[in-house]
Design a protein around this ligand. Structure first.
Ligand code: ATP
Length: 354
């Protein structure tokens, strides 16, 4: 697929500090891309660079093959939705949404029509005569979205737009926003530090670390094949066991885990054994071992009930394992202090060399 937005070697410095280090990124038309990473990794700087709000950039941003270098924010075919949606308090909902088209030179009637259509898209048409202060947070958020799409931008840039909402509303809006994006066929770039939000909404996720994109791919690709310990830790829960090399094998958890060292990770100074909590089967009974699986004995330290799933913290030779399974999956009641056996398929574990 041809790239619609192309970011080439983008670099931004604030004094001695480099906020973006030669970032390159391709986004396809109609794609929903999430920029994911912890606070301070450069997500907002990258998003605002595309929007045109960042000065002193090195590198190039192309949109549909056209350089954005000399275009002011309002000349770019993009629109931005910020976390604090900043609706005009003295304008009604309808006037807020019609504001952009009016400023872009639309006649009053045409702007009102665009506003109506945009409000209908986000399910807020009946609220057009209210003022922002008469709306809930979620409703204001939808109006902010309607305002952004009223200009029919080719690209919508969203900076943690659901950050101010409570969890339940946030989850509902995630689905609504995804549906809206698909029905409009617009390209969305969405900033979040919430890995679950990125997994739920995005076609692809770009994981950022300290001013760089360290991995980009679908949620599934990144979850199942993280490029590094950092990515594995950031997306989903992970057991990350430090390995030592003994006689050509990688050994972790005091010898309980032993895997062959492959060519690929031979060069790494430090190897990590990654095992997802849900890949571990827990049982009070020792299972007969076979060549396809690994089994270790441990002692339950903690049992955490999280509604639909249950998490066990199990000590294996002083190394902590987190195991997770659906609460309904087992009739066994586990308790701290209990001896258990952890079993997993050998191919469920993977060695990360960085
Ligand atoms: P958050 O999730 O907290 O918004 P972020 O990943 O979006 O974080 P940015 O806002 O892009 O991070 O900031 C990246 C880095 O650049 C941070 O370390 C920040 O302190 C620094 N930074 C951002 N703006 C400036 C500025 N105007 N002057 C100096 N440093 C800045």
């Amino acid at each position: 697929m041809a790239s619609f937005i192309s970011v080439r070697n983008l670099r931004k410095r604030y004094g001695d500090f480099t906020a973006l280090k030669d970032v390159s990124l391709d986004v396809h038309e109609g794609e929903f891309l999430a920029l994911l990473g912890p606070s301070g990794c450069g997500k907002t700087t990258l998003l605002r660079s595309i929007a045109g709000f960042i000065d002193g950039l090195q590198g190039e941003i192309l949109l549909d093959g056209k350089s954005m270098r000399y275009l002011q924010p309002n000349q770019r075919p993009v629109n931005t939705v910020f976390q604090n949606y900043a609706l005009f308090p003295h304008l009604t909902v309808g006037e807020n949404v019609a504001y952009g088209p009016r400023r872009n030179g639309q006649k009053k009637a045409a702007a009102a029509k665009l506003a109506d259509e945009s409000l209908a898209t986000v399910g807020m048409k009946d609220f057009k005569d209210r003022y922002p202060s008469q709306l809930s947070g979620g409703q204001q958020q939808r109006v902010a979205l309607a305002r952004a799409i009223a200009n029919r931008p080719k690209v919508l840039l969203l900076d943690e737009p659901l950050g101010a909402l409570d969890l339940k509303l946030r989850k509902r809006m995630q689905i609504e926003l995804k549906t809206l994006q698909q029905s409009l066929g617009m390209t969305f770039i969405f900033v979040t530090h919430d890995q679950e939000e990125a997994l739920v909404m995005a076609d692809r996720i770009a994981v950022m670390e300290a001013g760089e994109i360290v991995q980009i791919g679908t949620g599934r690709e990144i979850y199942h094949n993280p490029a590094s310990r950092y990515v594995a830790d950031f997306i989903g829960d992970a057991n990350l066991l430090e390995c030592r090399e003994i006689d050509g094998h990688l050994v972790a958890a005091g010898g309980a885990v032993k895997v062959e060292r492959s060519e690929a990770d031979r060069t790494a100074a430090k190897a990590i054994y990654l095992l997802r909590p849900e890949a571990i089967r827990v049982s009070p009974y020792e299972s007969s071992s076979d060549s396809e699986s690994l089994s270790v004995a441990g002692l339950i330290r903690d049992v955490v009930f999280v509604g639909n799933s249950t998490r066990l913290i199990v000590n294996v030779n002083d190394t902590e394992f987190v195991c997770q399974f659906p609460s309904a999956a087992t009739g066994t009641q586990y308790a701290p202090g209990q001896n258990v056996f952890l079993t997993w398929a050998k191919d469920a574990g993977q060695v990360l060399s960085r």
